[in-house]
Design a protein around this ligand. Structure first.
Ligand SMILES: *Cc1c(COP(=O)(O)O)cnc(C)c1O
Length: 427
């Protein structure tokens, strides 16, 4: 695909490139396996001597077409679809961390990722230090240890709505010889491409805007292909020394700037198997075809809703980086110049119970454990997604106990505001 095409065109035209007489629309290769004429041909695939399909856990043509569209959107060298966003973030870290290693993450991240990093990774012997996303470079530098292998953050934190200073995090990571991994779920490549700002690896929960219609749980891992693993070979032995499970091949030697992605596919996916189903990949692709249009409408609507809420006497605070005076307005202008996303958070005056009562007053705005689809929806993280976290952890993760997360959809914005209006009036 021509790299000079714009993001909107890649949304529509990227990925599947039919040859003469082939289906115009991406086919669903709903097949676990692929047939070969000789044992020799199949053996070469198993040795990674040739690329080709043999088993869908490792590669599938439908998944590959969607992954290549997402890689093109993000400006990476390749991508791998996973069964969920959780799997994508797990693979992103585990691909270069093993027992005894350490990594650093912004504390303003999705609750599921916070648990994964703080609790489950620890059980694997991998320790994570959470840092304040607004910390200075000097403060961030203090979190590094000799065994630190990567730095992680979210472009726009779910649900804190903090905007990550990607260049700052990348500078500190690179000064310590490790890559920056950015979860770009909320911004999507339509509004931000972290690789262009210095990130090395990008992840997504495709469950959110990429699918956009709340049909399929999925994730993706994108390799930027620019991090020089060999320059820090002692830190990344999994990439720079022979892999016993592939007859001693060395990923950086054999696959160059696709070493990280190839290891994730050939080794982690082979062994752990959290592959996305081709049917879900097909649905994600349909979502991607309109991502650029939907993001524009989500952002326009969210901006109007944020301004409406900010001026409402019953609303205590609104967090949306598109609002002038928001703590992240300047970072938003820099990294998200076309708009941020449709999600905003706010608190109502009164108690934590008032927040819960407001939720029950909505008509079509639905209470769901989801964000970032075409329908406007709402969630109270302290009672729902983040209820496993203590009050201190909630605040550390940038989630106030009264925080309501509103995911503004692509309905007519006047109807969304009218629903908010009647719900607030009844409070
Ligand atoms: C939802 C979400 C995840 C987890 O993704 P799933 O697809 O639900 O597993 C990770 N990161 C962010 C920013 C998310 O919003």
């Amino acid at each position: 695909m021509n790299k000079k095409l714009s993001v909107s065109t890649i949304c529509v035209q990227g990925g599947w490139q039919p040859k003469n007489g082939e289906p115009r629309i991406l086919p669903i290769y709903q097949s676990t396996t692929f047939k070969y004429d000789t044992t020799e041909q199949m053996a070469r695939l198993f040795d990674l001597e040739e690329s080709g399909y043999f088993y869908t856990r490792l590669q599938n043509p439908t998944n590959d077409a969607v992954a290549s569209k997402i890689a093109a959107l993000e400006g990476g060298v390749g991508a791998m679809l996973t069964s969920s966003g959780q799997a994508a973030n797990f693979y992103a870290v585990f691909n270069i961390c093993e027992a005894g290693d350490h990594f650093i993450s912004s504390s303003a991240i999705y609750g599921g990722t916070f648990n994964l990093f703080g609790v489950t990774m620890k059980k694997l012997g991998i320790e994570c230090t959470f840092v304040d996303p607004d910390a200075s470079e000097e403060e961030l530098a203090k979190a590094f240890r000799p065994n630190t292998k990567l730095v992680f953050g979210e472009t726009i934190a779910n649900p804190g709505m903090n905007v990550l200073d990607i260049e700052k995090f990348a500078r500190v990571a690179h000064a310590h010889g490790v890559p920056l991994i950015v979860d770009n779920t909320f911004a999507t490549p339509v509004n931000c491409r972290p690789l262009e700002w210095g990130a090395d690896i990008v992840t997504h929960s495709t469950t959110k805007y990429m699918d956009g219609h709340a049909t399929s749980v999925g994730g993706v891992l994108v390799d930027g292909g620019k991090f020089d693993w060999d320059a820090h070979a002692d830190k990344f032995p999994g990439l720079t020394t022979p892999d016993a499970s592939y007859h001693g091949l060395t990923y950086t030697k054999k696959f160059g700037n696709a070493a990280y992605l190839t290891k994730a596919t050939a080794q982690l996916m082979r062994d752990m198997g959290s592959i996305q189903s081709p049917f879900n990949a097909f649905l994600v692709n349909l979502g991607l075809e309109t991502l650029h249009l939907r993001m524009q409408r989500h952002c326009e609507n969210a901006q109007k809703v944020a301004e409406y809420l900010q001026s409402h006497p019953k609303v205590a605070w609104v967090r949306y980086c598109g609002l002038e005076g928001d703590k992240y307005y300047e970072l938003g202008k820099k990294y998200l110049s076309n708009g941020s996303c449709g999600v905003l958070s706010f608190g109502v005056k009164g108690s934590r119970d008032d927040a819960a009562r407001l939720m029950d007053n909505f008509k079509f705005i639905a209470i769901v454990t989801h964000v970032a689809d075409v329908r406007t929806c709402v969630l109270h993280p302290a009672s729902h997604t983040h209820r496993q976290l203590s009050d201190e952890q909630l605040i550390e993760a940038g989630v106030a106990p009264d925080l309501i997360r509103l995911s503004v959809g692509i309905e007519d914005v006047d109807d969304i505001i009218a629903d908010l209006e009647q719900a607030l009036a009844a409070l």
